[in-house]
Design a protein around this ligand. Structure first.
Ligand code: FEO
Length: 171
């Protein structure tokens, strides 16, 4: 059974994951509008990933006999200055999310909730990947100078990304 403090923290994080999904969907729409289909597709995959993060957490709360309370999702920004601007914002956002996951882990430890600690380890590892993949795109966009043929080639490369749903609850 989840304690009240842990349950509240998970509910807040479920909201944060859905906000992340919403943010990346907004970025996807921004790229779609700019005719950058590969970038848009990359962001749609990111959107699906965030939804899967939220669902993974939601399933866990239910499995532990807790109660999920869905709350309003804030509206994300809709405009950015450039592809670089979008990916810098993505990288910053993921660093913020890593901090939130670390806070959840701290609560699990303070509450001696070993099951939650074990569950959260997947998210700690996932955040390492999330930060690295956003930073890699920031570097690539900068490498090509954010324009021209290089950006066109990068758009094609990013369009190759596919979504793989995490398998099982503890994966
Ligand atoms: Fe759910 Fe991008 O972290």
């Amino acid at each position: 059974m989840l304690g009240d403090r842990m349950q509240k923290a998970f509910n807040d994080q479920i909201n944060a994951e859905f906000y992340s999904a919403y943010l990346y969907l907004s970025m996807s729409v921004y790229f779609e509008d700019a005719g950058m289909e590969g970038f848009a597709s990359w962001m749609q995959v990111q959107y699906l990933e965030e939804q899967s993060h939220a669902m993974k957490m939601l399933d866990y709360v239910c499995e532990r006999g807790g109660r999920v309370h869905l709350s309003a999702i804030d509206a994300p920004p809709a405009e950015w200055k450039s592809a670089e601007d979008v990916f810098v914002a993505t990288f910053e956002h993921e660093k913020k999310v890593s901090g939130l996951i670390n806070s959840l882990m701290s609560i699990a430890r303070e509450e001696n909730d070993y099951a939650s600690e074990s569950f959260l380890r997947w998210f700690v590892d996932e955040q390492v990947e999330e930060e690295a993949s956003a930073e890699a795109v920031v570097n690539k966009v900068r490498m090509v100078g954010g324009a021209g043929h290089g950006l066109f080639m990068l758009d094609r490369e990013l369009g190759q990304r596919t979504f793989t749903a995490p398998t099982g609850k503890g994966e």
